[in-house]
Design a binder for this molecule. Sequence first.
Ligand SMILES: C[S@@+](CC[C@H](N)C(=O)[O-])C[C@H]1O[C@@H](n2cnc3c(N)ncnc32)[C@H](O)[C@@H]1O
Length: 238
Amino acid sequence: MNEQEEKPHFYGRRSGRRLRKAKAALMENFLPQVKLDPQNPLSFPIEHSKVYLEIGFGDGDHLAGHSAKHRDICYIGAEVFKNGIANLLSLITGIKQNDEVTDDIKLLPERTDNVRIWDDDIRLLFPLIKDNSIDRVFLLFPDPWPKKRHEARRFINPGNLKILARILKPGGVLRVATDHIIYKIWTLRQLHESPDFRWTAACGKDWKFEPSDWEPTKYQRKAIREGRRPVFLDFVRK
Ligand SMILES: C[S@@+](CC[C@H](N)C(=O)[O-])C[C@H]1O[C@@H](n2cnc3c(N)ncnc32)[C@H](O)[C@@H]1O
């Protein structure tokens, strides 16, 4: 599949429970301030050394945590699930769902303005991203679509890998985390067959444990609670 071809859905729901007042206000009043500008997807309000892209950030824990610790890096976060986007906004503003909200919402004072949100299917953004412009891509606990008949829905596939290879700088890194054995094997096979990427792991400890700059995610916590062991796979763009 290339950027133009027919696209199967990779994601499930786009919205869940009705948002409480504070989160609805964040979506209405604050999201426009941090929404990515599709005319200028790589323009950020601060000087930066690198650009990282997180695809399917879910509740935003990894994105909020990583971007708080790396203030000289700018981040694009893509997510279709409205409740997840509202949760990320809550994390970066410090506004909780039962808080009273005014119109004048601001980032937490200790944060820098280094996150831009794409609140739609990442595949619609890909054609707008220039070649060799992204330093890292995070794809953390993507929906595994384990059934054989749903293979076409798996995000890791030859078409998407070609696109990720195009937008990543040489030496850039694609990080995939998963807790699903089928998705792990699938990912390793797809990446092994790709001429554009090389798996960086030299031994088990390089993929069985959290990387040093890791931030925990909701799906990672769920996997551990349910007795599954996540793996962390880094692939470098050749
Ligand atoms: C299983 S969840 C994992 C969420 C998060 N990364 C975590 O580890 O907790 C996968 C997420 O990817 C999002 N997603 C799936 N396909 C997407 C796409 N094409 N564009 C943007 N987001 C997508 C879904 O909405 C969902 O929130």
